[in-house]
Design a protein around this ligand. Structure first.
Ligand SMILES: Cc1cc2nc3c(=O)[nH]c(=O)nc-3n(C[C@H](O)[C@H](O)[C@H](O)COP(=O)(O)OP(=O)(O)OC[C@H]3O[C@@H](n4cnc5c(N)ncnc54)[C@H](O)[C@@H]3O)c2cc1C
Length: 406
């Protein structure tokens, strides 16, 4: 491997593989090392907004993704206690027509397969699993990276796409504060025939309760039913505490919520975390992208979408800077700052709004229905329009909260 031209990407998640494809398509030899034993994903669903599809279009993957993805008709939000409908965001043909790309849900395994296949087809991308980056050194005209197997890789530049606990971020910026926010998620995918038909509209449904919520949607053309059940909790050694907490919330909820409890899997949970994003994403020839740079709560279903945007943008920056890695990585931060930070900020805000109680819940329940279906679609213009056609000043200027009339 030549130090002069290979870009090393640490982390074969959604952000790392997208960056590898975008760089590989522009002729940069790229190597992705992934510490897990293979390139794959946990078996649950993920939502991808039109902004992710603008990126897939750029790197020639939109059609491949659509072969596996399902296109929901709408996003529906309800008050979990009363069952009152709070909002509807039209998706399907409406969002495709408005933003030129779809809003899709896809099995994470299928998404990963499309990304890995694309890497393998390119011929410029080398994928190596079972290989963990442990440390690195900027050697002026390149980077020397060390792996857990004792290998030393001499490369032109290093991209840390190594997730929220990023080793690369820690080495360039020091220990970083992850923010466990006192919530955890249970996930499950079940065959659709096991779930009563009334729970299976072609919609992304969110039930908003005080200190808990539930999101569900169909996957793989309606063959599977995907659920993410989130509840507030204090960490405890007692495995019963968390399910008990969730069941308490559901017992006060409307009938559909209570009926859905029987389909949940309480054997494993994921603590929900974000980070306060650093004010720099690079040092010299080393950059961070995706969750390593801006892990956010999933309230706007944007963590992976933003990682995908980073992955494509890094290749554009390198092209613009004609191979000047230091300048390109500085540009990446400038180019991505407003969109990524606004999405991060709004995700925290929407997370709060989903979980409020008492008077604030009454306020939310009065406010949200005042925006029309198409009004919601317009409010998301800054996010869903093709970001390369979107004016940065407009993104910055529109920092209004998401509630209100339109
Ligand atoms: C419950 C839940 C629901 C979500 N829903 C959505 C959604 O609907 N839409 C959406 O856009 N986002 C969603 N997200 C967020 C999304 O999953 C993440 O933002 C996204 O996966 C981040 O991708 P990434 O590639 O940056 O990092 P990761 O997916 O964390 O990938 C990092 C990779 O790096 C590897 N790695 C780590 N350290 C090293 C090392 N030292 N050396 C080599 N490899 C290493 C890891 O094994 C991993 O494979 C959700 C998150 C959660 C928790």
């Amino acid at each position: 491997m030549s130090r002069t031209d290979t870009v090393l990407i640490a982390g074969g998640g959604i952000g790392g593989l997208t960056a590898a494809i975008a760089l590989g398509r522009k002729g940069h030899p790229t190597k992705v090392i992934e510490r897990a034993d293979g390139f794959g994903a946990i078996g649950y669903g993920i939502q991808l907004g039109p902004n992710a599809f603008h990126m897939f279009e750029k790197i020639g993957l939109a059609e491949d993704m659509l072969r596996y993805a399902s296109l929901p008709d709408d996003i529906l939000a309800y008050d979990a206690l009363t069952g009152k409908k709070l909002l509807r965001v039209p998706l399907g043909g409406a969002i495709q027509e408005r933003y030129g790309q779809p809003y899709a849900v896809i099995h994470r395994g299928d998404l990963h397969k499309v990304l890995v296949d694309a890497c393998n087809r390119l011929g410029t991308v080398d994928l190596q699993s079972g290989c963990e980056l442990t440390s690195f050194e900027d050697v002026g005209d390149g980077v020397r990276a060390l792996t857990s197997s004792g290998e030393s890789l001499e490369v032109a530049a290093l991209v840390g796409a190594d997730g929220i606990h990023s080793t690369v971020r820690t080495q360039i910026l020091g220990p970083w504060k992850e923010e466990p926010i006192g919530y955890a998620a249970f996930r499950r995918v079940v065959p659709m025939e096991e779930v009563p038909a009334r729970f299976a509209p072609n919609s992304v449904v969110c039930w908003c309760g005080p200190g808990f919520h539930l999101v569900h949607y169909p996957l793989r053309g309606g063959k599977l039913f995907n659920m993410v059940a989130v509840t507030h909790y204090e960490p405890s050694d007692d495995p019963e505490v968390l399910p008990k907490r969730l069941l308490e919330g559901y017992s006060r909820s409307c009938e559909p919520m209570q009926a859905l409890v029987q389909y949940m899997d309480f054997s494993r949970h994921w603590p929900i975390k974000d980070i306060t994003p650093p004010s720099s994403w690079s040092r010299g020839r080393v950059a961070i992208i995706g969750d390593a740079a801006h892990a956010m709560v999933q309230a706007m279903a944007q963590g992976a979408c933003q990682a995908i945007e980073d992955g494509v943008q890094i290749s554009e920056c390198l092209e613009r800077r004609d191979g000047d890695y230091v300048g390109a990585f500085e540009d990446l931060w400038h180019d991505r700052l407003l969109r990524a930070m606004r999405t991060h900020y709004l995700s925290r805000y929407v997370w709060e709004m989903i979980h409020v109680d008492e008077g604030l819940a009454a306020f939310r329940n009065e406010m949200l229905p005042q925006t029309s279906d198409m009004g919601w679609l317009e409010k998301l213009r800054w996010l869903y329009e093709n970001p390369t056609e979107h004016n940065a000043a407009e993104t910055a200027g529109y920092f209004a909260p998401v509630v209100g009339t339109a």
